[in-house]
Design a protein around this ligand. Sequence first.
Ligand code: EPU
Length: 338
Amino acid sequence: MPFIEENKSLKNYNTFGLDVNADYFTSIHSIDELISVLKDDHFSDTSKMFLGGGSNVLLTKDFHGLIIHNCLKGIEVVSRDADFVMVKAASGEGWHDFVLYCIENGFGGVENMSLIPGSVGAGPMQNIGAYGVEMKDVFYELEALNLETLQLEKFNNADCKFGYRESVFKNEKKNKYFIASVTFRLNLNATVNTTYGAIQQQLQTMNVEHPTIKNVSDAVIAIRSSKLPNPAVLGNSGSFFKNPEITSIQYERLKNDFPNVVAYPTNNGYKLAAGWLIEQCGWKGKVVGNCGSHKDQALVLVNYGNASGDEIYQLALAIQQSVLDKFQVTIIPEVNIV
Ligand code: EPU
């Protein structure tokens, strides 16, 4: 049974840097440790919350329960053939550390997702993605502990029901599983994906004509570092809202009223750039009390040091309302609000 701390500050465990307390806190290093915590009678009626990198959560108040901090580590090659390698990573590994491991070993597929904060286990949870690649493109399977039966179960790509920042673990299986490990199918003869305009521009700036996975990773790191604040310096959790998806009819109406609207066609209609909508409402770079919308990326809300989670939440609600008033479009948080 791992050590349980009482009345623990979570300031160092969430990338917004919010100083809320948890009644109880423990770190798990194996599935057996997790099972022993879950079986402990002392905590059987206590609400529990898992924390990985804490990069996708807005803690608005003290947590009257037990925080289980995921410290499961380990990366191993499970199998390989001439073209592909299967790599299994424990869910508590840092996502970017895993990307760097893949690049060092010449395993292609995750380089466009360099520098995304958070842990490996959070990846499938919300089907993380960036610069034209999503988790679902490299995902093979995961193992998750069923929190009721305490048995490990496997989920393949289809089982996870991946969508845009969505999976079964955010919907019908919410709070029912703990993701223990993720196995990726990576490319040994990688062809890089540079379809995203910003990557092409960055590679040109870097004078790279025939990019390797390392070059693409470096380009993504340069782009992200230039416009996304580093959570270690300025508290944030990346994009606060999802880019809203609308029908073609809604899009035509919007385009008529706002000819410069930034949108991308999808299978069912259009996806709007939420950052553009928020900027048009005058929020970009605006400071409200101890928080605000970032000066280089309006979609990122930041904590200037002493904000409370509730203050950031109120800002998010005000932004959401003004986008609704101006564009009749609802933007929905990507971040979990607790
Ligand atoms: N834009 C503005 N003003 C802003 C920000 C953006 O006008 O303040 C417009 C620009 O036209 C820009 C476009 O929006 O070209 C798209 O912006 P960006 O390339 O920064 O991407 P995004 O749609 O805002 C998404 C993901 C990011 C991911 C990038 C790159 C979501 C919610 N966010 O952001 O993911 O890194 O694409 O692929 O889908 C995250 O999920 O936390 C995240 C950072």
